[in-house]
Design a protein around this ligand. Structure first.
Ligand code: AHR
Length: 654
């Protein structure tokens, strides 16, 4: 199998005519020149970012730390995720929350059998020994006397391993809270509530939340997953999708105004990845919006990344809807445009403004200082620019400082792409979002993609990309091709301002799409080789492009080599990135103009495997990880031998 994969990459290089005979010569030395005095275009601090979408249980059941599924009984099947026992019914009269009107009524007549509810979590509830979990619910009694309930954590064999009691008293809705501290680590626990007193009571918004969240935020993020994002050093954070922005129908589109304010009263929405793939249906996949726009902005701040929201442009998913019936006519578009203007006020307006006030009430009086706004996801045809134009006019008139991002459609080239790019130029958007989920061959060829882009048009936001091997798995092959491809982002940093891999997260037991950057279960995560490529670019971005050439040409696949150079003005280092996609060692000589004679120290960071199919797994998470070593060189040269199938970064102090 390993041999097959090698064959694929070698054959692909051959078929592209870029496998040079010189690669077979005896120990050739590939000479590259870097000129440190020709300081080129700035590399945007936003260049390497992340794109988050609630796909693969990325939000509910993933990054959003809530452990209870369907906490408000609002799924189409209100008992989805719950196993009721005894006498339990769903009610809607006099609800606690008007936008989430369903609640459960529990009636306990016989003390022996008991009545209650059991929640399965998101493919189980992961809890850790000694950690604190905040349990809360809203409740009221229906009968007169106070009611005692027992709250248990049970394991897969139904043994209770943590239990606490609380008393519900009074016929008005109140919030009740206790802390559970399990003395065991369990991967797939369940939460069980049992009435211990006879009587009837109503319960709503039942929540179990780890006390420890990323940056200790209430209603926050799972600490390990958010930390993995921070460790990428992302410059920009795109949210909330993806296709979920569009919705399968216009009603199921993402509406940011539904995702702010008290978490209990955010109306849930079906997640379109619930039913997108007939072979992978997830009837229990909904968006609770516990992770909503306030939390996204706050997370951007916590990650040190610029927030980049994407809004619906009045079109629902065009893959799902051929005709216009699911799209908003131009004369009815104003509420959508208002949503965009209001969002800018929510993010950036003073705390005294209508929407800024809501942000302040949610705990963030200072503006979020949002700079980017994307309108539309993967749209195509004239119906898109004619809508976008109205947004652009309104946003430019009121908020000329906002950088507007338009879309070039779902394809990386072709008719729709060729139609949309000139349209984006005509509309004078600031950036154009490009998406490409393509083969290893495409990625290697694509290292040159941006060399010929118009330097005067809108900038590029490579908003979704991932190398897809035929088996659609994460692997070192795909990571290496992405690393090679990304040399073209950096070399063309005057054109490419932002890039974000997609998708970001996948739950091992509940994924719809692969490959993905980070895989997780209820307790742990696996950083893929693809993750490490993103991390290497993020951490070694540099501040300015430096010209790098081999025989006076940029290095874009000659002899299976891909290279780029940058200066880091902050540290006065030259940073050289080289991918060797060939299966032989390569000797390289880097002539670094501007590197004085004498000894220079630096480091080499390398991602390498001899196996193109190598992957990081839960049992072997460190199969492909970057290895850092100190190096020393005699200026102005750096001589090195590149491992076959490797991506190497050199940082040399000037
Ligand atoms: O990343 C998965 C999906 O791919 C996104 O939702 C969509 O924009 C693209 O088609």
């Amino acid at each position: 199998m390993k041999r097959n994969m090698k064959k694929i990459i070698t054959l692909s290089l051959l078929s592209m005519g870029i496998f040079h005979a010189s690669a077979q010569a005896l120990d050739p030395v590939y000479e590259m020149t870097v000129n440190t005095s020709q300081v080129g275009s700035p590399i945007q601090s936003t260049m390497y970012g992340i794109f988050f979408e609630d796909i693969n249980f990325g939000a509910d059941g993933g990054l959003y730390a809530e452990l209870i599924k369907n906490r408000s009984f609002e799924f189409d099947n209100p008992f989805g995720g719950w196993t009721p026992f005894g006498d339990v019914t769903i009610q809607t009269k006099n609800p606690c929350f008007d936008k989430n009107p369903h609640y459960a009524r529990l009636t306990n007549r016989k003390l022996i059998t008991g009545t209650g509810l059991d929640n399965e979590g998101f493919r189980g509830i992961g809890v850790k020994e000694g950690e604190k979990y905040n349990f809360s619910l809203y409740a009221r009694t229906v009968t007169n006397a106070p009611i005692t309930i027992r709250v248990d954590l049970v394991n897969e064999t139904n043994d209770i391993f943590e239990t606490k009691k609380l008393e519900v008293n009074g016929k008005t809705w109140k919030k009740y809270q206790i802390v559970l501290t399990p003395q065991k680590t369990v991967d797939k626990a369940r939460l069980r509530i049992t009435m211990e007193t006879e009587g009837a009571m109503d319960v709503e918004h039942i929540s179990l939340f780890p006390e420890k969240t990323f940056n200790n935020r209430p209603n926050g993020m799972r600490a390990d997953l958010a930390q993995a994002l921070k460790d990428l050093k992302p410059g920009v954070f795109r949210f909330p999708g993806g296709c979920i922005v569009e919705g399968t129908t216009i009603e199921t589109r993402y509406q940011w105004k539904n995702t702010i304010g008290p978490v209990e009263n955010r109306p849930i929405n079906i997640n379109r990845w619930n039913y997108t793939f007939p072979h992978k249906k997830f009837s229990d996949y909904y968006q609770s919006y516990g992770l909503g726009f306030f939390e996204y902005f706050q997370l951007s701040e916590d990650l040190g990344a610029e927030p980049l929201p994407v809004l619906n442009c009045g079109l629902s998913c065009q893959f799902e809807n051929d005709d216009m019936c699911q799209h908003i006519p131009l004369d009815k578009l104003q509420p959508y445009i208002d949503d965009a203007l209001d969002l800018i006020e929510f993010a950036n307006g003073p705390a005294t403004s209508k929407w800024g006030k809501i942000r302040a009430e949610m705990g963030h009086p200072a503006p979020f200082n949002m700079k980017f706004l994307a309108i539309g996801n993967e749209q195509w045809g004239p119906i898109y620019p004619e809508r976008l134009e109205l947004f652009v006019k309104a946003i430019r008139a009121k908020y000329p400082e906002i950088q507007i991002i338009g879309s070039s459609g779902p394809g990386s080239e072709g008719e729709d792409f060729d139609y949309l790019w000139p349209e984006m130029k005509r509309l004078d958007v600031d950036l154009v979002d490009e998406h490409f989920y393509r083969s290893p061959e495409w990625f290697l060829r694509g290292a040159k993609r941006y060399d010929s882009y118009d330097r005067n048009g809108p900038k590029v936001f490579a908003g979704e990309y991932a190398c897809h091997a035929p088996n659609r798995e994460n692997s070192f092959l795909t990571a290496l091709c992405e690393a090679a491809f990304m040399t073209g982002f950096e070399r063309n940093a005057d054109v490419v301002h932002l890039c974000t891999y997609a998708p970001l997260f996948a739950h091992v037991d509940a994924w719809q799409w692969r490959p993905d950057l980070i895989w997780f279960d209820n307790h742990t995560l696996v950083k893929t080789a693809n993750y490490y490529v993103q991390q290497l670019y993020g951490h070694h971005a540099g501040t300015n492009v430096l010209p790098l050439s081999m025989q006076n040409e940029p290095v874009t696949g000659q002899n299976d080599l891909y290279a780029t150079a940058a200066l880091d003005k902050n540290t006065n280092e030259v940073i050289i990135k080289v991918a060797n996609t060939g299966i032989q060692n390569k000797k390289i000589r880097l002539n670094i103009n501007g590197l004085s004679a004498g000894k220079h120290t630096g480091k080499q960071i390398q991602l390498h495997s001899t196996d193109l199919e190598a992957k990081n797994t839960f049992s072997n998470p460190d199969t492909v990880v970057p290895v850092e070593t100190s190096i020393e060189t005699e200026g102005p040269e750096l001589n090195a031998t590149l491992n076959p199938l490797s991506f190497t970064i050199y940082r040399i102090q000037l």
